[in-house]
Write a protein of this length. Structure first.
Length: 464
């Protein structure tokens, strides 16, 4: 009996011990199915990132820097680093750990991606609905104006208003937009989209008008009075001292087409003075011409009747001479800067195919500047050289006469030390508007480019 009792007691104690062991293991192992986080210096921390966000921290760590995608659909936060610990978003804290890894003292954080819904955009780090948001309609910070709301990413005027030039307008009452955006009711009242004008006025193209006094609408809409006339009782009348001639109000004392009476015209440079046709002051009638002549400026009657100037000469203050900028050579006034037979001085002719440019006989714009220039052919947008390369080069641009823009040279990607010369003159390298060009040489422009700079430099003589 004693042996059986001792055995029974032994088995009981064994069962009790085994139960306690299983109970202890179950309590500890439940943590295997849960996310863990640690907030202790130098410990281990790792948390799975979700679609929204997750954060881990370690004592003494530093936060990661946030960078936002310009397309506003996602954003990523990247952890920084520290000697003792790091705070990351969706990653781990601790030294030497990769993003989302284990934590050792002094590690780096992970990153998280924020994904917005189809109807949202990422604005300042937050997902914002832009479908029907009056403060961010279709894009971040696009605010719908007064009397409008956001519908399907566009600002739409509230009923019953209409959009007239960007302003929500009530077409039933607006005098600027009565019944339609392009219909006015100036001086009247707009009621239910119809313009009502005050008594004794008529609606003339959106303006309430008094037809008895309006010179633009005299008696009826569109009937205008001529110059020097007024509208009285709906009829056009000439002002005092003016006479009606063929529906125009004219001064018979000074009008050369109606001098003294309607239809009496003055001829041969005459003017109407005190209702009589006569020569202007200081003008005379030469018998051979039977016309009023200005002896101070007439090349056929210069200084006196019948005195003619040489071909090309002009009459200036009663004396024959060449126009400014020209010289008398062989009884003709010529420009010594451009005349091939009188280049720089009288009778100095250019030979062969040379032409006189700026007082020099030249065969082309680069003559005397550089040898064997490269000819630039026109392309779709002008005379272009791109890429230019890094070597020193010389180019010849001929027949450059743009009609849609001014003559200019545009260049880009020139190093500060690289030179640019046009027709022997140093010019700055400018993009966009470029540098204006004022005078051609030898029928065009000679472009010299110094060596150096990047290979992607270039220039353009634009034609539009």
């Amino acid at each position: 009996m004693l042996a059986r009792s001792s055995l029974a007691h032994g088995v009981g104690f064994a069962l009790l011990a085994l139960t306690l062991v299983f109970t202890s293991c179950s309590a500890e192992d439940t943590n295997l199915f849960e996310d863990t986080s640690s907030d202790s210096s130098g410990g281990t921390s790792s948390t799975a990132a979700t679609a929204n966000s997750a954060t881990n921290s370690a004592s003494g760590g530093t936060s990661g820097a946030v960078s936002t995608n310009a397309n506003a659909s996602t954003t990523t936060t990247t952890a920084g680093s520290s000697d003792t610990g790091t705070t990351g978003i969706g990653g781990s804290a601790g030294a030497g750990a990769d993003a989302g890894g284990t934590t050792n003292s002094g590690g780096s954080g992970g990153s998280v991606t924020i994904t917005c819904d189809d109807t949202e955009l990422l604005c300042d780090g937050a997902c914002i609905d832009v479908e029907e948001n009056d403060e961010s309609c279709g894009a971040c910070d696009v605010v719908c104006p007064e009397d409008s709301s956001c519908e399907e990413r566009s600002c739409v005027c509230d009923d019953p208003l209409e959009d007239c030039d960007g302003v929500c307008t009530d077409l039933d009452t607006s005098t600027d937009h009565c019944g339609a955006c392009d219909t006015t009711c100036i001086g009247g009242t707009c009621d239910e989209g119809a313009c009502s004008c005050p008594d004794e006025t008529e609606n003339c193209e959106g303006v309430c008008t008094d037809l008895s006094t309006s010179v633009d609408n005299c008696g009826s809409c569109g009937e205008s009075c001529s110059k020097n006339a007024l509208c009285a009782d709906g009829a056009c009348e000439c002002l005092e001292d003016f006479t009606e001639c063929d529906h125009d109000c004219v001064d018979l004392e000074t009008d050369y087409e109606n001098c003294g009476e309607c239809g009496a015209s003055c001829v041969n440079n005459q003017i109407c003075d005190d209702s009589l046709c006569t020569c202007p002051p200081d003008w005379v009638v030469c018998e051979a011409e039977d016309v009023c002549i200005d002896l101070q400026g007439d090349a056929e009657n210069c200084g006196e009747c019948g005195y003619e100037c040489q071909p090309g000469e002009v009459c200036l203050e009663g004396e024959c001479g060449c126009p400014p900028g020209t010289t008398l050579c062989d009884e003709a006034c010529v420009d010594l800067q451009s005349d091939d037979h009188h280049c720089s001085e009288c009778f100095e002719s250019c030979s062969g195919n040379d032409h006189c440019w700026g007082g020099e006989c030249l065969s082309g714009p680069c003559d005397g500047i550089c040898n064997d220039p490269e000819y630039v052919s026109p392309s779709g947008d002008g005379y272009r050289v791109d890429p230019l390369g890094t070597a020193a080069r010389c180019f010849y641009v001929e027949d450059y006469h743009p009609t849609e823009t001014n003559e200019r040279i545009v260049c880009w990607n020139f190093a500060a030390s690289r030179s640019l010369r046009v027709n022997g003159e140093t010019v700055p390298c400018k993009t966009d508007a470029g540098h204006p060009l004022y005078e051609q040489r030898g029928g065009g422009y000679c472009v010299q480019v110094g060596e150096g700079g990047g290979n992607d430099a270039g220039f353009l003589f634009p034609t539009r």
